[in-house]
Design a protein. Structure first.
Length: 755
């Protein structure tokens, strides 16, 4: 027992804590709703007190819609009608109009209709159509197709009397005109008050949550994502369609049930009337009544009793006693009715067409079911009760006609009340459902979707960086994963499971990318070492080849420097923009030392010969270009991708064509102009310049002036003139770095021309 009490106590404490937490989190919106209620009630009461012909009962509703959104405004609007309904029940049925105004006010405000004078006129007109148009229909139906009792009633009666309009049109015009003025005051006051509310207060109340749900905190806006078909819109449409269908179905069912109930009630009334009348009429005197009428003793007294019975039941339009014979209806008793004088006793008239199907039963004195007819006497519910004498024989029928027009009036009142209450409460429920769906389902899903997009983007960028071998920054991906963790969705339903799966996926993806990145870094480091080793081996090989030629010295290193300098100068001048990138310049510098690698196929005797070469020897010397290209191509082919060095492609072109001349007189293929690869054209200038100024065993280096005169004279013949022009700007600095002596003139290098 003690455990049970403690458990109940703990449960109550938890519920109390939840209630306190709700009020703590929702205090701003609750305060806004309270102020909205006061702004609805106080101006309305002041208008009544001072006799102002305006309602002023939705100022708080509109202002709450502008500040707090749909649900708070709907609650404020309906609450006012519910409170007023305590003292004036009919006010409750206008609650749906307040809800429509609250919904429309929120919708129009969020689309900027309260920021323009011309658009405010549209707002006023729409509000007046709801309050004055639909409201007028409500008034006409709720007051039994008559004038209402509110502010507009005197105006409606005046329109009816002066212009002779029917009651509906008079009520409609009066309500609409008054509502134009009323809603103008409401809208203008709302816009004015909103203008002076501090920005901080507006921001705090914007899209505030009445029902705080975990994982639905602010900080996310669907504007961050471009969603063409919003899930929330679909939910809203489904809820609206469901409410309309359900409301329509419920209203139709209620309407027909109410009609059946009304008819049954009227049948009961008619049965009571005919039963009372049958007691008042002396069945034994029916034939005397038919023969002598008013002359029969007690006839007038009986007629007065029947009249009193009719007046006792306001729904009863006609009471009469007929004797049904084959030639027609013989009048026993009939009463005067407004606009219809009574038939005289003994008078005979034909049976109405709507009763002919019941004639056999009537002639036999049998009971007939209630009859609904619509003929010259109007839409009537008729009940016939057999009037029997002491022998039990039917001598006449007591009839009572109930006007069905009162049923129409009652049905209209019932239907309006049903629609108003059902759709009013349904709209509130719908707003609550939308609120819960928005912050409990759609918002968490959108948050997770946005976080997943960030993770996907970070993952794609990481994969691209890994594929391209670029530097990978994992901080963005780590931040995306942390953003998922910060969502804090703790629901135990499918949303919670989806969130857990998303977070697990994000952490797993980050771990995989991180591991791949670490492995990639290690692999790249190993590749760099292997690449460096390859380059060192090839360079050593080139230097070994160069070392066989005692004449060239450090020729390969110097030409590499010249090639890089020329390429940089060309790039600075804007020449060959599409070709001379940073990567291409690096490749030129790496490829330059291999330009003479083909000399390995030339005999040492020719390489190191003092003096000029013979024609035969020069032909062998020239073969070093093609041999160099073959050697480098074989290295590339045999490597089958093992060499990760793009510069080898440039080195093949440089080795093969660096002795081609601009005018086509060079070797080995007599290429000319831009047929010669750019790398080879640059190397041609660098190679000849170094050969001219370098000191060899068989000559001294040329002076700078002599060397440059040879270079400039060769522009357009031996060399690309664009490259020569660029070289002239940097050649002096290169010369000064190459030699500090001023050598005497000497002949060119042995491979420049034969002896």
């Amino acid at each position: 027992m003690r455990k049970y009490v403690l458990k109940m106590k703990q449960g109550l404490m938890n519920k109390w804590a939840a209630v306190c937490e709700f009020f703590s989190r929702s205090r701003n919106i609750l305060l806004l709703m309270l102020v909205g209620l006061l702004l609805n009630v106080i101006p309305a009461k002041l208008a009544i007190f001072f006799g102002i012909p305006l309602f002023l009962d939705c100022l708080g509703t509109v202002l709450t819609a502008m500040l707090g959104g749909y649900l708070p405004a709907v609650i404020v609007g309906f609450s006012v009608n519910a409170i007023n309904g305590i003292s004036e029940p009919v006010a409750t049925y206008y609650g749906v109009l307040s809800i429509l105004i609250a919904t429309l006010a929120t919708f129009l405000f969020r689309r900027g209709f309260f920021h323009s004078i011309w658009k405010l006129l549209v707002v006023i007109l729409l509000f007046a159509l709801i309050g004055g148009g639909i409201g007028s229909i409500f008034t006409y139906a709720l007051y039994g197709f008559n004038f209402g009792e509110g502010i507009s009633a005197p105006f409606a009666i005046a329109f009816h009397d002066v212009f002779h309009w029917n009651r509906f049109n008079a009520q409609l015009v009066a309500d609409f005109v008054i509502d134009i003025f009323d809603k103008s005051a409401i809208v203008l006051l709302s816009a004015l008050i909103y203008r002076f509310i501090p920005r901080r207060v507006k921001d705090e109340l914007k899209d505030v949550q009445l029902f705080h749900l975990k994982g639905s905190e602010k900080g996310f806006s669907s504007d961050k994502m471009s969603i063409r078909h919003s899930l929330l819109n679909k939910v809203v449409i489904m809820v609206i369609v469901a409410e309309v269908l359900l409301g329509g179905l419920a209203s139709m069912i209620g309407f027909f049930l109410y009609r059946d109930n009304c008819i049954n009630n009227f049948v009961s009334i008619a049965n009571g009337v005919t039963e009372a009348a049958s007691i008042a009429v002396d069945a034994e005197k029916v034939d005397d009544y038919l023969a002598r009428g008013y002359e029969v003793e007690g006839y007038q007294r009986t007629r007065k009793v029947l009249s009193g019975i009719r007046e006792s039941f306001s729904q009863t339009k006609y009471i009469y006693v007929y004797k049904i014979l084959p030639d027609g209806c013989h009048v026993v008793f009939d009463l005067d009715t407004e606009g219809v004088p009574a038939n005289a006793p003994g008078e005979v008239f034909a049976i109405e067409p709507s009763f002919k199907e019941y004639l056999p039963k009537l002639l036999n004195g049998e009971e007939v079911e209630p009859i609904i007819s619509d003929d010259q006497f109007g839409w009537l519910l008729t009940v016939y009760r057999p009037l029997k004498n002491a022998a039990g024989k039917t001598v006449a029928y007591v009839g009572a006609d109930i006007s069905m027009e009162s049923i129409i009036r009652d049905e209209a009142m019932f239907f309006i009340k049903l629609l108003s209450l059902f759709f009013g409460l349904s709209l509130i429920i719908m707003m609550v459902i939308i609120e819960v769906m928005k912050y409990g389902f759609v918002a968490p899903v959108n948050k997770m979707s946005y976080a997943a997009m960030k993770i996907s983007g970070a993952t794609m960028r990481a994969n691209y960086a890994l594929d391209m071998g670029a530097n990978l920054d994992l901080s963005n991906m780590r931040k995306a994963v942390n953003d998922v963790a910060s969502l804090g969705i703790n629901a135990k339903d499918e949303i919670g499971h989806l969130y857990e799966s998303l977070y697990t996926m994000a952490e797993t993806a980050f771990g995989l990318i991180k591991n791949v990145h670490e492995q990639s870094v290690n692999i790249q480091e190993q590749n760099r070492r292997i690449q460096r080793m390859q380059e060192v081996l090839i360079m050593e090989f080139a230097e070994m080849v160069e070392a066989r030629d005692k004449n060239t010295g450090d020729h390969i290193k110097k030409t590499a420097e010249y090639v890089e300098a020329i390429a940089q100068e060309l790039r600075a001048e804007g020449q060959f923009k599409d070709k001379l990138t940073d990567g291409y310049v690096r490749k030129l510098k790496q490829a330059a030392p291999l330009h003479d690698i083909g000399k390995i196929a030339v005999s040492d005797l020719i390489l190191n010969k003092n003096g000029k070469l013979t024609d035969e020897e020069f032909a062998i010397m020239k073969s070093h270009t093609t041999e160099g290209g073959k050697i480098l191509q074989k290295i590339v082919d045999d490597g089958k991708g093992a060499f990760d060095a793009d510069y080898l492609t440039e080195s093949i072109e440089m080795a093969s064509y660096h002795h081609e001349k601009w005018d086509g007189s060079g070797y080995p293929n007599h290429l000319k102009g831009e047929e010669i690869p750019l790398s080879a054209r640059i190397m041609a200038v660098a190679d000849v310049f170094d050969a001219l100024i370098a000191e060899r065993v068989y000559k001294k280096g040329f002076s700078y002036e002599k060397a440059m005169s040879i270079i400039t004279e060769g522009a357009g013949k031996h060399f690309d003139p664009v490259i020569v022009e660029a070289f002239t700007r940097i050649s002096k600095a290169l010369y000064d770095a190459r030699t500090k002596l001023t050598p005497e003139n000497a002949e060119p290098a042995g491979d420049e021309k034969p002896a």
